[in-house]
Write a protein that binds this ligand. Structure first.
Ligand SMILES: Cc1cc2nc3c(=O)[nH]c(=O)nc-3n(C[C@H](O)[C@H](O)[C@H](O)COP(=O)(O)OP(=O)(O)OC[C@H]3O[C@@H](n4cnc5c(N)ncnc54)[C@H](O)[C@@H]3O)c2cc1C
Length: 280
């Protein structure tokens, strides 16, 4: 899936009856609702987790994204939380100015801040229930849709819809999360995924560090190298049937391109979600 990044909207919405109207700011056009920042956790100087309370009930499928905005700008963010959770959880990487536009504004928000929220989740980067093996490859924030899918799978025994599972049973599924980061403090959900993998033999977590020689990573004992260079070796060791396997890739465009190259002319099914375009 080639998801286009949203264009920045600097549109004065003179007819808007929405609460977010503020004449000193450019306005976001079209239908939107609002949400409130109720909790944030700053993992590093540029990685933050947000918990948003939607003003109206917000529907989405695990793996989809929401579109939030402030200061007249809006961007899509994949959702960490399961649809069964009350609040929307996000994991955001701040792109510093001059390149970053919305994220420097998000970085400044305090608890209680209101943001715009498009009415429902979007996107087709969702679990493919007809496959037995799910290889979830992500870089840093690219792990987000997989966390949502796993949370939903574990909390709702009627998901996925049995009619879409073809001849499979829930017990047949195997999930492998392969996450790459430069530094150990960037994984974001490593504690949760490590716990899930120790509790369930159908969940596997394989984090890798691409800069193992840097002092920040001196305690790292896990896999080393860029995750795209490790995927093939990891999958080949599983000895799984390609026709029963979907490889998902999410996050950094170069990682996705590389994984796609490795699997495009094979019997594996490949699905992608790019967070930005390579040429930007
Ligand atoms: C479907 C979808 C889901 C997304 N989900 C997430 C998510 O869960 N978490 C998240 O942090 N971002 C996510 N993004 C990216 C997000 O929408 C923004 O593009 C990003 O937060 C930067 O916003 P910005 O306005 O500050 O910069 P932009 O104006 O969007 O981009 C400025 C420049 O930064 C580049 N850029 C954008 N993101 C990054 C990055 N992470 N690292 C390096 N360069 C970057 C762009 O190519 C561009 O050149 C998603 C994008 C899409 C299309």
């Amino acid at each position: 899936m080639n998801t286009k990044k949203f264009d920045t909207l600097f549109i004065i919405n003179t007819n808007s009856e929405n609460k977010m109207t503020n004449e000193s700011q450019p306005q976001i056009k079209g239908k939107f609702t609002t949400c409130k920042l109720i909790k944030r956790e700053d993992l590093t100087h540029d990685l933050i987790k947000f918990w948003l309370e939607p003003e109206e009930s917000f529907t989405f499928k695990p793996g989809q994204y929401c579109t939030i905005g402030t200061g007249g700008l809006e961007r899509p963010y994949s959702i960490v939380s399961s649809p069964d959770e009350k609040n929307i959880e996000l994991f955001i990487e701040v792109v510093p100015p001059p390149d970053g536009n919305l994220t420097p504004l998000l970085h400044e928000l305090s608890i209680g801040s209101e943001m715009t929220l498009r009415p429902r989740g979007k996107g087709i980067f969702v679990l493919q229930p007809q496959f037995k093996n799910h290889i979830f490859v992500g870089t840093v924030t690219g792990v987000v849709p997989y966390v949502s899918m796993l949370r939903k799978f574990l909390s709702d025994t009627s998901w996925p819809d049995p009619e879409k599972m073809e001849n499979l049973k829930r017990e047949d599924y195997q999930f492998h999360v392969l996450e790459g980061a430069s530094y150990v403090d960037e994984f974001g959900y490593d504690e949760e995924l490590t716990k899930l993998s120790s509790e369930h033999d159908f969940i596997h977590f394989y984090p890798s560090i691409s800069r193992p020689d840097e002092s920040k990573n001196s305690d790292w004992n896990g896999a080393k190298g860029r995750i795209n260079n490790l995927v093939e070796d990891y999958i080949s060791k599983l000895g799984i049937d390609p026709k029963e396997t979907c490889v998902y890739a999410c996050g950094h465009p170069q990682m996705i391109e590389d994984v796609e190259k490795r699997y495009s002319n094979t019997d594996f099914t490949f699905l992608e979600e790019r967070f930005w375009k390579d040429d930007e």
